[in-house]
Design a binder for this molecule. Structure first.
Ligand SMILES: [Zn+2]
Ligand SMILES: [Zn+2]
Length: 113
């Protein structure tokens, strides 16, 4: 079974920053992830440049992070590679279990990476 179709146990232990938010790119209301930090939209995969280190919300860039590629990681599953539209920084976020799998497939075939 593909990793992305395996629904996680949406338990009630929220020990990391995991917030519901409205995606500024596609407008989808993205629910809390439940097992980890929700750091990108699961519909369009866009994220925001708000972290310097993952989860710290220490960056004041706030540019749109555009998904540009996929990097398989043997330990963490898929990593989504982002480029910040504002400052050009390259960032990687772990893909979530309920991410748009079609988009991930498209990105993994992206010749840019
Ligand atoms: Zn979105
Ligand atoms: Zn940025």
């Amino acid at each position: 079974m593909p990793y992305f179709y395996k629904r996680g146990n949406m338990g009630k232990q929220f020990t990391v920053i995991d917030e519901e938010f409205k995606c500024s790119h596609c407008g989808a209301l993205v629910p809390k992830l439940g097992y980890s930090c929700r750091d990108h939209c699961n519909k369009c995969l866009y994220s925001k440049h708000v972290d310097i280190n993952p989860g710290d919300r220490a960056s004041d860039c706030m540019g749109d992070l555009v998904p540009v590629g996929i990097e398989p990681n043997s330990k963490k599953g898929y990593m989504i590679i982002y480029k910040c539209q504002k400052c050009g920084a390259i960032r990687k976020n772990k893909a979530a279990e309920d991410d748009n799998y079609d988009l991930i497939l498209k990105l993994s075939a992206n010749p840019m990476i």
